[in-house]
Design a protein around this ligand. Structure first.
Ligand code: TMP
Length: 400
């Protein structure tokens, strides 16, 4: 196929079979769902890694069920980001900040008192409405040039546009970047945060591959992409969230000052951004799935009760690629009220609230939300459960 950044020919590097979109949580196990392939491709020209088959954003996000969890790890990350932005002089009390894909507004809440005005934009109607009602004004729309122009007409240009974990969630990043350019003040900045493909490859996080993740960004690919929109990456930061993330700070103009971190990061990327590393990533996925399946089936045969922890999109890929269903893991614990009472796609595992006593105390939790490992284990122990053990699937299958 072709690269959706630079239009060069791509090469297939990983095939995880077909499944329904990870956040299509079923109302009943009998519900029929359409499956779509999960295939990763590599572009040797601009070093982009992308999903081959993409679904329209309208289908995926209008009735979205992902609500940003209340998490100490995320809160610490938001505070660090704000302190970086203030320290670098990118925002102050005169700034207008717009966050795209703002969900229920956790990040924007951290800007209160620091900037003049902040505004969210999120197409998930129910979630945008919840944010607005809780005091974070949120435009319930997709972020495109039209939405950006309406925002400019009403509030003026923004000193900072933030797009955390959403630029990769659309088949074409070009419309969102054109919209960001419309919205940004002349000397404004764009902050893009994404799961970092180098961490995905390095830690064998094949479960980051799901239909919402249409791109797996590196600095190399991001630079190529931004260049097409007349922008350059001026700084990069790494963040310990969502399995390892990268934050790109961009500004208008192809020439101009750039942090030394940009060159250092580009050099470090070359180790993982090549076809050999991607092939190894693909064989690692097979190996992890084989180990996990063998472990879970063996425990099940021994009569052990296993629940999953975290109805994550990653979990859906992990379970479906591994072939684990509710026959061996009947329940998945999750803190999101919108998800509870529903069933994971394909595996048909029922989602139950945290601390729900009626389904028994499991001997093992499979940590499908392994990216919150420490805080989830601490939460389970603090609830008085000192006996359940934890199966951590990534980077290699371990039992804690
Ligand atoms: P995420 O990895 O995409 O952020 O999804 C995390 C999921 O895990 C989300 O559905 C909420 C759930 N979760 C819990 O159930 N308990 C917790 O303590 C945390 C941090 C997350």
């Amino acid at each position: 196929m072709t690269c959706r950044i630079c239009a060069a020919r791509t090469r297939e590097v990983l095939h995880l079979g077909s499944s329904p979109p990870a956040n299509w949580l079923k109302v009943a196990p009998e519900e029929e769902q359409e499956s779509y392939p999960l295939v990763l491709e590599w572009c040797a020209s601009c070093l982009n890694v992308q999903l081959r088959d993409t679904l329209p954003a309208e289908v995926l996000y209008r009735d979205y069920l992902y609500v940003t969890p209340q998490s100490a790890t995320l809160e610490a990350h938001y505070a660090a980001l704000v302190s970086y932005l203030v320290g670098a002089g990118l925002i102050d009390e005169r700034a207008f900040v717009v966050e795209v894909g703002s969900n229920i507004g956790h990040f924007l809440r951290h800007l209160a008192g620091t900037v003049r005005r902040s505004l969210g934009v999120d197409p998930a109607r129910q979630i945008a409405d919840q944010a607005t009602r809780s005091g974070i004004p949120t435009v319930p729309e997709f972020f495109n040039r039209q939405t950006a122009s309406l925002i400019v007409a009403e509030y003026g240009n923004a000193e900072l546009v933030v797009a955390r974990h959403c630029l990769a969630h659309n088949a074409s990043p070009h419309e969102m970047l054109a919209a960001a350019s419309t919205l940004m003040a002349e000397d404004g900045h764009l902050l893009i945060e994404n799961a970092y493909v180098i961490n995905t490859i390095e830690y064998g996080e094949f479960d980051q591959v799901y239909h919402e993740h249409m791109f797996y960004y590196s600095l190399s690919a991001m630079r190529a992409l931004l260049r097409l929109h007349g922008m350059r990456v001026v700084d990069v930061l790494r963040a310990p969230v969502h399995g390892g993330s990268i934050v790109f700070l961009a500004a208008r103009g192809l020439d101009g000052p750039v942090s030394h971190r940009v060159d250092e990061c580009l050099t470090a990327e070359s180790r993982y951004l090549n076809i050999e590393a991607l092939k190894q990533f693909a064989s690692g996925a097979q190996q992890t799935a084989r180990h996990l399946r063998a472990l879970v089936l063996a425990l099940h045969r021994q009569g052990r009760l296993i629940h999953a922890y975290g109805a994550t999109a990653k979990g859906a890929t992990l379970l479906n690629y591994t072939g684990i269903t509710r026959d061996v893991i009947p329940y998945c614990v999750d803190s999101t009220p919108l998800k509870q009472g529903r069933f994971l796609p394909m595996s048909n595992i029922e989602i139950i609230p945290e601390g729900s006593a009626e389904h028994g105390r499991p001997d093992f939790y499979l940590l499908t939300a392994w990216n919150y490992q420490e805080e989830i284990i601490a939460k389970v122990r603090a609830s008085g459960n000192t006996t359940s053990r934890f199966i951590v699937p990534i980077p290699v299958v371990r039992v804690l």
